[in-house]
Design a protein around this ligand. Structure first.
Ligand code: GLN
Length: 195
């Protein structure tokens, strides 16, 4: 099968490093800023940044509804940090006007690790990536506080706090895989699309 064309939502946040990671895997990428860009992609990466700002910019750029429609009919998506918040079914500690897509049945709490420490790094065992742990960088990261019945937990920290989850072709991480040279999570997303 031909490699898919992957969009990176490029309204705000850590866009370039995701584009570079995907390009290193040989995938064609499109920076998605308007609905016509979205129409050209087979799947979408939603990067980290500031989820309430991304939510607002999606509405201003008339991209929220077209993206919601694509996700509702099963477009594969990979959300990291703020991107995970955007894909979740419920946001805790969000702004009152903050929207999300409900593409994965999880409840996430914004900045939930931030009360103890703003940012930290750790090595994670990720299901499906058994050959070596993934070095994970967390920056004002959201926590997953509820996981619906159809959701797989791929990695967790501490006493079982999930930090990587998947439901069908929607993959999310609390951390920033694009900040490490390890391409395996991006690869997992792309391989999941081809399955
Ligand atoms: N704290 C940010 C938010 O709530 C997420 C941080 C990140 O993406 N690194 O949107």
């Amino acid at each position: 099968m031909a490699l898919p064309r992957i969009g990176v939502l490029a309204l705000q946040g850590a866009v370039d490093l995701h584009v570079h990671a995907l390009e290193r895997l040989g995938v064609e990428t499109v920076e998605v800023r308007r609905a016509e860009h979205l129409a050209r992609v087979d799947g979408l990466v939603l990067p980290g940044g500031e989820s309430s700002t991304i939510s607002k910019l999606l509405v201003i750029n008339e991209l929220f509804d077209p993206l919601a429609e694509r996700l509702a009919v099963g477009m594969p998506a990979f959300g990291t940090c703020a991107g995970m918040i955007m894909l979740a079914s419920e946001i805790l500690d969000g702004r009152d006007d903050q929207l999300s897509f409900g593409a994965i049945d999880i409840s996430v709490r914004r900045n939930a690790f931030g009360r103890q420490i703003d940012s930290f790094e750790t090595d994670l065992n990720v299901i499906g990536l058994a050959e070596a742990p993934v070095h994970a960088v967390f920056i004002r990261a959201p926590s997953v506080e509820r996981v619906g019945p159809g959701v797989e937990i791929l990695a967790a920290v501490e006493e079982g706090r999930p930090v990587a989850c998947r439901q069908g072709q929607v993959l999310v991480t609390s951390f920033h895989p694009e900040l490490s040279p390890d391409l395996r999570l991006h690869e997992l997303f792309i391989k999941g699309m081809a399955a």
